[in-house]
Design a protein around this ligand. Structure first.
Ligand code: ADP
Ligand code: MG
Length: 237
């Protein structure tokens, strides 16, 4: 569904993506992990068209996204930190988004309702806790029933119950055949949600393997340990 081919991006002298190749498919949750600064967000922003790569290409359903923007309506994006107009009420944010998205057909209000956000519609964005802000971001990512979900550390800042609710919605979206890309530092969560892990290191893909492969190759049941093992052996290889 999404193919990233030989993607490079420099910020000045800093080489942030050094020829990245990855594909993302329908009905699959892929977790992009790796140390801070390894290029995960730059990769995501390239797919969203918020960062223009220096070379390489990104194809969506076989077509280059270069210079395009309509494809973005297929993507629901949950940024790591959602920024909203301070003086708007929650309800106004949702009605504004609906007004902007005239192309959208049937909205998916399942996350909105799971988080009981309609009862908070009169609250001003400025007054929200980090967790409630995250719930708004999550509800917006799912709202227009996109084929692709890109979630940047979606459960960071959510309380345990809210995290569970979001995980259920992610698994449901996967069963509906959506293509889902998640970044996370929480290995237990990656283990629960992802089919495949792409490990980024210094702007390159260090490995791209299914969780099953990772556990079988290392003989470790705990994903965190399995990955640590794998990184050791890959470095010595
Ligand atoms: P990650 O999401 O894996 O933590 P990022 O993609 O955010 O990594 O960042 C990779 C590197 O690129 C970091 O060193 C970061 O400081 C740098 N970087 C990201 N965006 C910019 C930018 N707009 N201008 C300059 N440097 C940037
Ligand atoms: Mg990041």
């Amino acid at each position: 569904m999404i193919e990233v081919k030989a993607l490079t991006k420099n910020f000045g002298k800093l080489r942030v993506l050094k020829g990245v190749n990855i594909s993302f498919h329908k009905g699959e949750v892929v977790s992009v992990i790796g140390p801070n600064g390894s290029g995960k967000t730059t990769l995501i922003k390239s797919i969203l068209g918020m960062v223009i790569p220096d070379s390489g290409e990104i194809l969506l359903d076989g077509k280059s996204i270069n210079g395009q923007w309509k494809y973005r309506s297929k993507i629901g994006y949950m940024p790591q930190i959602g920024r909203y107009p301070d003086n708007m009420k929650i309800g106004q944010v949702f009605s504004m988004m609906r007004d902007l998205r005239t192309d959208a057909t049937a909205p998916d209000e399942s996350v909105l309702n799971s988080y009981k956000l309609p009862s908070l519609f009169d609250k001003t964005m400025r007054t929200l806790s980090g967790g409630t802000r995250q719930k708004v971001s999550a509800a917006l990512a799912f709202l227009f029933n996109p084929d692709i979900l890109i979630l940047d550390e979606p459960t960071a800042g959510l309380d345990p119950l809210a995290s569970e609710i979001l995980k259920q919605h992610i698994l449901e979206a996967k069963s509906q055949g959506k293509c889902i890309l998640i970044t996370s530092h929480i290995m237990s969560e990656v283990d629960e949600l992802a089919d495949r892990i792409v490990y980024m290191m210094d702007g390159e893909v260090a490995f791209d393997k299914t969780i099953k492969q990772i556990k079988e190759e290392t003989g470790e049941e705990r994903l965190g340990r399995a990955i640590a093992n794998l990184m050791k052996t890959e470095h010595h290889a």
